[in-house]
Design a protein around this ligand. Structure first.
Ligand code: PAF
Length: 282
């Protein structure tokens, strides 16, 4: 595995491999890698000849400067993990390498990017599209891999690729990886104290219970079931919970409104903002 820090070096390596007919898988990350990222990389390794993992904390997608400052940075440990799971290149550029001048491009995929995270984190998805489109242009991958934990992000990236094309790039969505007790893996979990970690468990537990509840109750009652459970759970503050159509991300009023229903949740556990989701239908 090779650590590469400049676009020029990465492209010259990839051009040579592409001319030999090799397929290229890209796994975009912001580092602080865990078993969830490892599962994306393993899948990319199984499906491509060459795998590039980008490790870059993208400043343009943080609407909260404090969140950006506190984001964990663990490049050495990331490289160790990536070596083990068989990545070919780790691309860890500087901010200046990616943004030699401010990126003024505007991406708008309304209504996909105006609901849920889009409502609470203005500019976040614009920043995600800026970095992800740059990575697609730099790497020119055959396939790119994203986790379903960031469900809305995945839907927006699929839409961006549908509209822009990126040389027939295929987007591969991969299932959420959870701890044995159900907590969805996230780089942000590293910021939870032991007590907060206990509190955070109520998020996934509530979602799992709501799945059983939803089988015999309407959408509005399922919505309330989750809201009430989080309201009484210690140490948690609900930002939003929405039951949406998994393709349009618009709220549904009735289970019959869609064949694909997802519940998306964002909760503050102390200062740490955690997201998760659950499939009710589809
Ligand atoms: O999901 C993430 O970690 C980031 O949003 C991504 C896709 C790597 C872009 O910075």
């Amino acid at each position: 595995m090779k650590l590469v820090q400049t676009i020029k070096e990465l492209q010259s390596e990839l051009d040579a491999l592409r001319s030999e007919g090799k397929t290229i898988g890209l796994v975009p990350t912001m580092g602080a890698l865990h078993a969830g990222h490892a599962s994306l990389v393993k899948r990319a390794v199984a499906e491509n000849d060459v795998v590039v993992v980008s490790d870059f904390v993208n400043p343009t997608q943080f609407n909260d400067k404090n969140d950006l400052a506190k984001y964990p940075r663990t490049l050495d440990a990331d490289c160790e993990l990536l070596e083990k799971v068989g990545a070919t290149f780790v691309f860890a550029p500087s901010v200046e390498e990616i943004y030699p001048e401010p990126d003024t491009r505007q991406f708008s995929y309304a209504p996909l990017d105006t609901v849920m995270e889009g409502r609470f984190r203005p500019g976040h998805f614009n920043g995600v599209c800026q970095i992800v489109s740059k990575l697609f242009m730099i790497v020119n991958p055959t396939r790119a891999y994203f986790g379903e934990k960031d469900f809305q992000q995945l839907a927006i990236i699929r839409e961006m690729v549908k509209q822009i094309g990126f040389n027939g790039l295929e987007i591969v969505g991969c299932p959420i990886v959870r701890e044995e007790d159900g907590l969805a893996l996230s780089s942000r979990n590293a910021r939870l104290s032991a007590v907060e970690r206990e509190h955070a468990l109520n998020i996934s537990q509530t979602l799992f219970k709501s799945c059983t509840f939803a089988k015999s109750h309407p959408v509005a009652e399922t919505q309330k079931f989750v809201e009430d459970a989080i309201a009484v759970a210690p140490g948690l503050r609900l930002e939003y919970f929405e039951i949406v159509d998994g393709t349009t991300l618009q709220k549904i009023a009735d289970w019959e409104d869609t064949d694909y229903a997802i519940g998306c949740i964002t909760v503050f556990c102390g200062e740490v903002r955690l997201i998760d989701n659950i499939k009710y239908k589809g």
